[in-house]
Design a protein around this ligand. Structure first.
Ligand code: AP5
Length: 231
């Protein structure tokens, strides 16, 4: 990383990654959060943890996620509210996959105002639908550290094993071809309206996500760095 790109200090607000399944939200959100030393809050990861622990929330969410539909706002909002009240969020955080409906965005806006945060900074991952199927069906995620691979574009050195920590690489059940279409439909119907919502508020920044991971990372780094300290 060049010296002028190196981030200094903390984020001072929420950064939101908005984009369709497979657009690279998780890949980029993890990296940005790591650079700034703030939590990476993926509602998908939180829900999957509830599912694997068999909690009451997980039991409700499991069949919905397996169908590629959105989990009801009532379940997701409480989970997010509890998480951002923790002390590690006081200097900002990176949302990946939240908010996903206009109702969630309104609720988040209220929560952030109450906690004294500035307006969120929204990164909109712009990508043609035609590339998403290959990205999703080829994705593998480390069971231990969560590192994201792709068997076509970013394969691990040893098949099925994470390069970083040797963890097992998993294929998400909702990355099966037959579940991808309903997920894309849910995005178009319920989440895409957030693009207009945040654009009107002046918080949205379009990023061409159909480039290499490194090129996308560089542009996001520059946008976030220019945002810090602004209103
Ligand atoms: P969630 O886990 O949030 O999934 P998603 O939004 O569908 O997004 P993905 O994780 O599939 O993709 P991504 O954009 O993060 O891409 P990634 O970086 O991994 O949600 C899952 C489910 O949980 C939902 O369907 C819903 O049921 C429920 N849910 C979650 N949040 C909710 C909410 N707020 N409200 C209600 N329900 C909720 O990359 C994908 C692949 O592409 C990887 O293999 C990666 O290596 C590769 N890749 C990434 N960038 C590039 C690049 N630049 N070039 C080439 N390959 C790339």
């Amino acid at each position: 990383m060049a010296l002028e790109e190196r981030p200094v200090g903390k984020l001072d607000r929420a950064v939101i990654f908005l984009g369709p399944p497979g657009s690279g939200k998780g890949t980029q959100a993890k990296e940005l959060a790591r650079q700034y030393g703030v939590p990476h809050l993926s509602t998908g990861d939180m829900l999957r943890e509830h599912v694997s622990n068999g909690t009451p929330l997980g039991l409700k969410a499991k069949p919905i996620m397996e169908r590629g539909e959105l989990v009801p706002d009532s379940l997701v909002l409480k989970m997010v509210a509890d998480r951002i009240e923790r002390p590690d969020c006081e200097h900002g955080f990176v949302f990946d996959g939240f908010p996903r409906t206009v109702a969630q965005a309104k609720y988040l806006g209220e929560m952030l105002r109450r906690q004294g945060f500035k307006q969120p900074f929204v990164i909109h991952m712009v990508i043609p639908t035609s590339v998403l199927m290959k990205r999703l069906t080829g994705r593998r995620t480390c069971k231990q550290g969560g590192e994201i691979y792709n068997i076509y574009e970013r394969p691990p050195k040893v098949e099925g094993i994470c390069d970083n920590d040797g963890g097992e690489l998993l294929h998400r059940p909702d990355d099966r071809e037959e579940v991808v279409a309903p997920r894309l439909n849910a995005y178009e119907k319920l989440t895409a309206p957030l693009v207009q919502y945040y654009r009107r508020l002046g918080s949205l920044h379009d990023v061409d996500a159909n480039r290499s991971v490194e090129e996308v990372r560089r542009e996001i780094g520059q946008l976030v760095s220019a945002m810090r300290g602004t209103r």
